[in-house]
Every structure is written in structure tokens, then in C-alpha cells.
Design a protein around this ligand. Structure first.
Ligand SMILES: [Fe+2]
Ligand SMILES: [Fe+2]
Length: 175
């Protein structure tokens, strides 16, 4: 995982084992595997990005006593869209920041059961780039984990580069 020394292959790591169990059916889906064909944040695939966001969501939600299973699944599916917006492939008109969460939700709903927390995590993950706030703590955490991982994926470390909103949220989650 980006920014982490942990892997999913350590059989003594109980959290890694549980995480894999939560996301295994998503990862096994052929359509989801196509996420490996899309670059996301320069040196990462969209598949790896979603794994990164899901991993931090899992850790933060579990340690905060939240519904970490739904949040982790929502995080895995938050960018489940199969097109390159930079090549004009977006299937419906509109701003990318608003369209791709809706496409991800439609894809998630096509293949998996989407509960209210997953819905919130997927549809509101672009906040505050979009105006509608998450309505659950799990949704907030996915939106923060998304920014945190995006920073790490483009090679920025620490939280100094982040907006005050993200910086404050990470402080609250991790202290
Ligand atoms: Fe996104
Ligand atoms: Fe994302």
C-alpha cells in the first residue's frame, strides 16, 4: 500500500487478512480487474488507487469504531469507472468531479449490493471539490483517505501540502 510498509501477503497480519476478506469478491470481478488498465495519479493504476484508499479507510474506520466493512467496500468502489476522461471518453456530459462518482455508483450497483454507507462513500467522495457533503462519518473518512492517498501517489509526503480541511481531518482521525 502506498505510504505503508504493510502488504497483503503477510499471513501473520490479522488486519491484512480481514481486509482481503472484505474486498475479495470485488477484486475477483473481471470488470473490476479492468481498472488495472487505467492510469490514476501518474504512477498508479486506478485499481491500486482504490486499494490504497480502501486500506486507509479500513484502518481509520475500524479504529474509530465505525462500520468499517461497508466503508472499506465503498472505498474500493469509489472510483469504479472504466474510461479516460482525458481522452474524451466520459459517457455522459458534465464536470468530471461530479460525473465519475455517479458512474462508479452505477457500476457498483450493477455488480454488488450497495448499502447506505457505501452509497455515501461513493457519491460524496469528491467533497470538498463538490458541494454536497458526506452524511456519514464513513463517507467523510473515504473523502479524506482519497485526498491522503492522492497526495502520496503523486509523491508528496507528510500533510503539509494538504488543505486545512484535509489536514485537520487527518489529525482528528489519527490522534
Ligand atoms: Fe474520484
Ligand atoms: Fe479516488
Amino acid at each position: 500500500m502506498v505510504g505503508s510498509k504493510r502488504t497483503f501477503t503477510d499471513v501473520t497480519d490479522e488486519e491484512a487478512i480481514e481486509f482481503v476478506d472484505i474486498v475479495s469478491d470485488i477484486v475477483a470481478l473481471d470488470e473490476y480487474q479492468k481498472m488495472k488498465n487505467y492510469t490514476h495519479h501518474i504512477g498508479y493504476t486506478r485499481y491500486q488507487h482504490c486499494l490504497n484508499v480502501a486500506w486507509y479507510t479500513y484502518l481509520w474506520c475500524k479504529r474509530s469504531g465505525l462500520n468499517y466493512k461497508s466503508a472499506t467496500r465503498g472505498a474500493m468502489l469509489h472510483d469504479f469507472y472504466l474510461y479516460d476522461q482525458h481522452k474524451g471518453e466520459q459517457p455522459i456530459p458534465g464536470r468530471h468531479v461530479e460525473v465519475h462518482p455517479m458512474v462508479a455508483l452505477a457500476n457498483a450497483d450493477k455488480y454488488f449490493e450497495v448499502d447506505e454507507i457505501m452509497y455515501d462513500c461513493i457519491t460524496h467522495h469528491m467533497f470538498p471539490s463538490t458541494s454536497v457533503r458526506p452524511v456519514t462519518m464513513e463517507g467523510y473518512i473515504v473523502s479524506i483517505a482519497d485526498k491522503y492517498c492522492a497526495g502520496l501517489e503523486v509523491g508528496k509526503t507528510g500533510v503539509d501540502y494538504m488543505s486545512p480541511y484535509v489536514k485537520e481531518a487527518i489529525k482528528k482521525i489519527t490522534e
